[in-house]
Design a protein around this ligand. Structure first.
Ligand SMILES: Cc1cn([C@H]2C[C@H](O)[C@@H](COP(=O)(O)OP(=O)(O)OP(=O)(O)O)O2)c(=O)[nH]c1=O
Length: 212
């Protein structure tokens, strides 16, 4: 027996993305995996102690999301035997050590963009995989540096009015109109969008799922 199978020699037969984010859904589906991929939003608590680092936060929240969906599955699928791997992810933006999640309203969105404009910030995304077969877990994160152009206040107001910032950490979407606000990045683009596909493929490999 190799380390890609559980004690019964089984490999995961399905993947469950523990997310309500349409970006994460599209990204994981873009891999075209041979096993079925389904989506299930988690109800995980996203509060964290004030002294945690960005790495600790994104890894812990990614794991909470994956564990919460695994627990929900145990309730709703008592008789479902097909072994699954649940994937959770969490993204935050960090400027000068200050962490930014999703804005509560347009005022906060504009405030975040006023601070980010003309500066370099970091985007952290944690990814966690949890097996329903044996409870095995794998957790990691990636960091991408993002250089944002200087933006004048009227542009920020117009961008916020577009509605795009509302459900995005740091109040911008690099995959949307926000692309025009970014000068350049260092690191994985998909990490900024919310699911680093390169890291995800490495973790899936540890669970016996080959992307290519
Ligand atoms: C910086 C940035 C973030 N984002 C998004 C990715 C995440 O969806 C969101 C960060 O919030 P998260 O709390 O990580 O995720 P979520 O609440 O949207 O979804 P779920 O917890 O159900 O998986 O910000 C972009 O889409 N583009 C970007 O450029």
């Amino acid at each position: 027996m190799n380390n890609l199978t559980d004690l019964h020699g089984r490999t995961p037969q399905r993947l469950i993305m523990a997310s309500s984010s349409p970006r994460r859904r599209e990204l994981i589906q873009s891999l075209g995996l041979r096993i079925p991929v389904t989506i299930m939003a988690s109800d995980a608590d996203e509060s964290t102690p004030a002294d945690w680092t960005p790495q600790q936060i994104v890894e812990a929240l990614a794991l909470r999301k994956a564990r919460a969906v695994k627990a929900m599955l145990a309730d709703v699928e008592r008789n479902h035997q097909a072994p699954a791997v649940v994937v959770g992810a969490d993204t935050i933006v960090v400027l000068d050590g200050e962490m930014m999640g999703k804005p509560l309203d347009v005022r906060e969105a504009a405030g975040m963009l006023r601070r980010l404009q003309g500066r370099t910030h970091e985007v952290y995304t944690g990814v966690a995989l949890v097996s329903t077969m044996d409870g095995r877990e794998a957790i990691a994160h990636r960091m991408t540096q993002v250089h944002m152009k200087p933006l004048d206040l009227r542009l920020i107001e117009r961008y916020v009015a577009s509605g795009e910032p509302s459900d995005k950490a740091g109040s911008y979407a690099i995959q949307g109109l926000g692309a025009t606000l970014i000068d350049r990045i260092e690191g994985d683009y998909f990490n900024v969008v919310g699911l680093p596909l390169s890291l995800l493929s490495e973790l899936l490999g540890e669970f016996g799922i080959d992307v290519i």
